[in-house]
Design a protein around this ligand. Structure first.
Ligand SMILES: Nc1ncnc2c1ncn2[C@@H]1O[C@H](COP(=O)(O)OP(=O)(O)OP(=O)(O)O)[C@@H](O)[C@H]1O
Length: 342
């Protein structure tokens, strides 16, 4: 478990991190997201103790690591393994030698190093590349070696600092699957710092949004995407573009827990209210161990909107937003069109 409390980092009069509180429980994956300049890299460098915080504490399994110095601090760094953006492997060393590096640095005897490196390479699926140099590996393979090296000293926490940035979608997916396995099979606590919402959606249990050095929103990923109409929620589950609504229709954005709502809700609600609902965009996605749906519907003029809203609520849907529409000239002759004006 990692508990960060009141973490502040200033450079001169510039405060880059301002009172960060963040906890990731054992065998959970926590994610910190934020735009460029929010303070993500600074947070990563401060958490893995490459930089000292100006104030605040970083405790791993109840032990405050910021209070330590000298040899105690060096030993404490073992508690947090880091996987960097570009894996940061040494070019002149093989994959196995790179993984062995932290073990040798900490004076682990040769026979134990060999055994542990074998174990780690096997764990990340890279045993067959043990004697390859970084230049002979793909980006995803280098990142697997980086993860093996991050785990070498059996840290309690694995910090992933933009580890999938720059990888193609399939490779990203395979790295995320590996991180998920480490959580589920080995019980590793993982803190992912990223600007990629796909990463958060793919593996995180908890998410916090960093903006201008502060955590401005946080929660369980499932709750954030299911329960609120916030910036983070929309960023995590953006709706695909909607097709134009039939002329005169109003568009309503809806959100729902797909596991709890009948898959026939569109027809059922339409029947109850006596109207046909137009589906203009729809998305159902598994995220944060929940199945969440977001839909934009077109509502015909003259429909009793209070009754419609009540029916939707009864079926378990949340009405997020309604837009007033005005008819526009159709692009294809004969096709009705409309655009949102509010
Ligand atoms: N050593 C430093 N001295 C002064 N200011 C710094 C220092 N390091 C970072 N900053 C400032 O802190 C802010 C946050 O930088 P940081 O690199 O942590 O953001 P980031 O979220 O990682 O951005 P990106 O996604 O673009 O890498 C920036 O305004 C940056 O200029």
């Amino acid at each position: 478990m990692i508990e960060i409390s009141g973490l502040t980092k200033s450079y001169g009069s510039t405060t880059v991190l301002d009172g960060i509180d963040l906890t990731v429980a054992d065998a959970q994956i926590g994610a910190v997201v934020g735009p460029s300049g929010a303070g993500k890299s600074t947070l990563a460098r401060t958490i893995n103790l490459l930089e000292r915080p100006t104030s605040g504490t970083i405790a791993v399994n109840g032990r405050d690591l910021t209070a330590l110095s000298g040899s105690e601090l060096r030993a404490a760094r073992r508690e947090i393994g880091t996987v960097f953006q570009s894996a940061n492997l040494l070019r002149r060393l093989t994959a196995a030698e790179n993984v062995a590096l932290p073990l040798r640095h900490h004076g682990v005897p040769d026979n134990q190093v060999r055994r542990r490196v074998h174990e780690l390479l096997e764990r990340v699926g890279m045993l067959h590349r043990a004697n390859h140099y970084p230049s002979q590996l793909s980006g995803g393979q280098r990142q697997r070696i980086g993860i093996a090296r991050g785990l070498a000293l059996k840290p309690s926490v694995l910090l992933s600092d933009e580890a999938t940035s720059g990888l193609d979608p399939d490779t990203t997916l395979s790295i995320l699957t590996l991180l998920r396995e480490l959580r589920d099979d080995l019980g590793v606590t993982i803190l992912v710092i990223t600007h990629e919402m796909d990463v958060v959606r793919g593996i995180a249990d908890q998410v916090a949004r960093l903006d201008h050095g502060r955590i401005v929103e946080r929660g369980a990923v499932a709750d954030v995407v299911r329960g609120s109409d916030s910036d983070l929620s929309r960023a995590l589950l953006p709706l695909p573009p909607a097709v134009p609504a039939p002329a005169g229709h109003r568009t309503w954005s809806l959100r729902y827990d797909a596991a709890a709502v009948s898959p026939f809700w569109v027809a059922q609600v339409g029947r109850e209210v006596g109207t046909d609902l137009a589906v203009l965009s729809a998305l159902v996605e598994e995220t944060g161990r929940a199945s969440v749906g977001r839909v934009t519907i077109g509502v015909a003029p003259g429909v009793d909107e209070r009754r419609l809203e009540q029916a939707l609520i009864t079926h378990g849907l949340v009405v997020e937003q309604r837009a007033t529409l005005r008819a526009v000239t159709p692009r294809t002759p004969g096709t009705p069109g409309a655009e949102a004006v509010a």
